[in-house]
Design a protein around this ligand. Structure first.
Ligand code: HEC
Length: 149
């Protein structure tokens, strides 16, 4: 279906995807002018999630090209404290997945682990997806692209 869209429409679609926020259906800012829209500040959690995404995109490249793996930045541990959009409290499900995620993320670069590297990488991305299925469905199509086929 995307193939029938003109380039400009496709760009618009991308912009929409990039600015997806899980709480974006809240009505409070509907009257916002274009200026306010430009000044939209992503939450700490949203910024952190983008870093998760970029890091795993980098890891995927390193794995598929056989290069040395970059270790997880310590700052990722902030998943347990970062502020969410609209200062929402993390749900029980979120709190349960966060430490599991940190473990599976660290396993990818654990040089003592003998399990297949691609399996470990995809297991980790599947934890992202598991949490997202209940906590934030918007980015799921993007996250799926990280999986190594
Ligand atoms: C513990 C649950 C959980 C895990 C694990 C998780 N996410 Fe998220 N993710 C969320 C929540 C909740 C949000 C919405 C944050 C907000 O709006 O403040 C989010 C938002 C995002 C966003 C959108 C950020 C934006 O710009 O609004 C992306 C992209 C994302 N996550 C990618 C990932 C990737 C990639 C992984 C794994 C490497 C991952 N997430 C792991 C719960 C999770």
């Amino acid at each position: 279906m995307v193939y029938y869209l003109k380039n400009s429409h496709f760009l618009g679609l991308l912009v929409l995807l990039v600015f997806w926020s899980c709480k974006s259906d809240k009505k409070e800012d509907q009257s916002s002018s274009e200026k306010e829209y430009v000044m939209y500040q992503p939450s700490e959690m949203a910024v952190l999630m983008q870093e998760f995404y970029d890091y795993n995109e980098q890891l995927k490249k390193e794995i598929t090209s056989g290069n040395e793996l970059t270790h997880m930045p310590e700052t990722f541990k902030a998943i347990q404290t970062a502020e969410m959009t609209d200062s929402a409290d993390p749900s029980k499900i979120f709190k349960a997945y966060a430490p599991v995620y940190l473990q599976t993320q660290l396993r990818v670069t654990d040089s003592l682990n003998t399990e297949d590297l691609k399996t470990r990488f995809n297991d980790n991305i599947n934890i992202c997806l598991s949490c997202h299925k209940t906590e934030c469905v918007g980015p799921i199509p993007r996250i799926k692209k990280l999986l190594i086929q």
